[in-house]
Unconditional design. Structure first.
Length: 116
């Protein structure tokens, strides 16, 4: 497992899951709060993946140029950012336009009065 992610399990959990996961959550939230399109998450999470690899190398003695580690870390960070984006956007749609939309689940909304 450590050879695939390019760092120890502790380094992966601390750097990727906790530190950079929080940064990815805040990135997704900021993009949704600014009403930006979802495709703009891609370059930001690619940059977060580079920063995560740097921190894994610098702080955790991991392999800095691990392609598989970069792909795994960036995919995880993109999922976190996308979840935060949808969560924030659905909350904004339901609270800013309550006469038009209502919440439908955690990540969605629907038009008010529409049966599904």
């Amino acid at each position: 497992m450590e050879a695939i992610i390019g760092a120890s399990i502790f380094t992966f959990v601390f750097n990727t899951v906790i530190l950079m996961g929080f940064a990815a959550f805040m990135t997704g939230q900021a993009q949704a709060n600014a009403w930006r399109p979802v495709w703009q998450l891609v370059p930001y999470t690619l940059m977060l993946g580079v920063a995560d690899r740097f921190f894994s190398w610098g702080l955790g003695s991991g392999v800095g140029l691990s392609i598989s580690g970069y792909i795994i870390d960036t995919a995880y960070l993109f999922c976190i950012a996308m979840g935060a984006y949808r969560l924030t956007l659905s909350n904004k749609m339901a609270t800013q336009y309550p006469w038009l939309y209502e919440r439908r689940g955690l990540f969605g909304w629907q038009e008010r009065g529409q049966q599904s």
